[in-house]
Design a protein around this ligand. Structure first.
Ligand SMILES: [Ca+2]
Length: 402
């Protein structure tokens, strides 16, 4: 029996038993799309470290399947490099069936006249865990989301990075992420140096519009640029609820228009996050204890203990106390630090951490105590991306040679 036949047989066997199959790329299938096409809902696709590009490894179409697609190691080591006029992912029609992307870097898209450089998400439920969305660029009138564009979806970014994504040209929206009519949550994300260009550009880091509701906690928005709302924009009646986050320019960095609502919750502040560089990227936080001259104000500035900030991944909790913001690789302890945490890459000497009572900190279900700030008198801003920004898929996304 050939290797592929064996995999198919095993896939059939486990499907018959109701057990999720695990598909390895490139061991079982030569391209990521071939693996996605072969997978059934509930399956797990594990991508070996490497740089993936070209046909079958970009414009990855997940259509109506609940899949977990994960890099095998750290996100810096599993790179989907678009390198041109293609996206990383197109995720659509998945409804409430969750698509999980974990430990992936999606970078270097250069899309012309379309939205969603790294990925476009429509009518789906998507979780990004430990993902790096870097250096994607889109151009054209009225486009948005050089990193991520989503509509009619529920999108969670947990412990992820949007860095240096750029919407070129005019009336652009949401350099890092643009979402409309969606529920969007960012937890422990670093949104840095994204940009929307143009005199009527909104939301350098992130923009939400329409019936979108966006919750952001324990995150950093820094050095993003746009004419209106350098860091964030809440447009056309959307709701943004932000707490325990470091935001460049504070509320001055957030545009609120068209009857939208900004809930500026507890724990927000504006101070240089003092990023430091290390083996997992440039998103570590300085700490005197790890050798930098000053300690970042983002250390211990979150709303819960690091051990409590978790998402389930393959039925196991994936918690930030096993990850680090320190260049000496010591994991986060005590109150969670803001922003992205890397997987520790080197041995470290553990230090005892006093046990604190989890009940003394806010829980996920607590809502901010601040009064919503509404600005119904603000002018309605610009055009939202039209449905024509929906990707045109086949035949270019038709993948998978086996
Ligand atoms: Ca901490």
């Amino acid at each position: 029996m050939t290797k592929v036949a064996m995999v198919l047989f095993l896939g059939w066997l486990v499907a018959g038993l109701g057990v999720a199959a695990t598909i390895h790329i490139p061991a079982d299938y030569p391209t990521i799309q071939a693996g996605i096409n072969a997978a059934s809902s509930g399956d797990v696709i594990v991508i070996a470290p490497g740089v993936y590009s070209g046909s079958g490894n970009t414009n990855l179409l997940v259509d109506g399947k609940s899949l977990t697609i994960t890099g095998e190691t750290a996100p810096t080591e599993c790179v989907i490099r678009c390198s041109g006029n293609v996206r990383g992912f197109i995720i659509r029609n998945c409804g409430t069936a969750v698509v999980v992307l974990k430990g992936l870097q999606v970078s270097d898209s250069y899309l012309l006249n379309q939205s969603g450089g790294a990925m476009i998400i429509t009518d789906s439920t998507v979780e990004l865990l430990d993902c790096l969305i870097l250096n994607n660029q889109i151009s054209g009138q009225n486009v948005g989301g050089a990193g991520i564009w989503c509509a009619n979806s529920a999108v969670l970014l947990f412990n992820s990075v949007l860095d240096s994504n750029l919407v070129e040209c005019c009336n652009s929206l949401g350099g890092g992420l643009y979402g409309e009519n969606s529920t969007i949550e960012l937890l422990n994300c670093t949104v840095l140096a994204n940009e929307s260009l143009g005199d009527l550009a909104f939301g350098g880091g992130l923009a939400v519009s329409g019936t979108a509701v966006c919750h952001i906690r324990n995150s950093i928005f820094w050095d993003n640029e746009a004419a209106l709302g350098s860091q964030l924009a809440v447009l056309n009646g959307a709701v943004l609820d932000l707490s325990y986050s470091d935001v460049f320019d504070g509320q001055m960095g957030i545009a609120v228009t068209g009857g939208s609502t900004l809930i500026w919750g507890e724990g927000n502040f504006t101070a240089n996050p003092r990023f430091a560089s290390g083996p997992g990227g440039d998103w570590y936080l300085s700490e005197q204890a790890s050798g930098q001259p000053v300690t970042s104000p983002c250390v211990d500035a979150g709303d819960a203990l690091a051990v409590e900030v978790c998402r389930p991944f393959l039925s196991e909790p994936w918690c930030l106390n096993s990850l680090t913001t320190r260049t000496d690789q010591i994991p986060d302890a005590g109150l969670v630090n803001l922003g992205f945490h890397s997987i520790p890459t080197a041995p470290y000497t553990a230090t005892p951490v006093p046990t604190a009572s989890p009940t003394s900190f806010p829980t996920e279900t607590q809502s901010p105590t601040e009064t919503p700030i509404s600005t119904p008198s603000s002018p309605t801003p610009i055009v939202t991306p039209s449905p024509t920004t929906e990707p045109s898929l086949t035949p270019t996304s038709a993948p998978s040679r086996k």
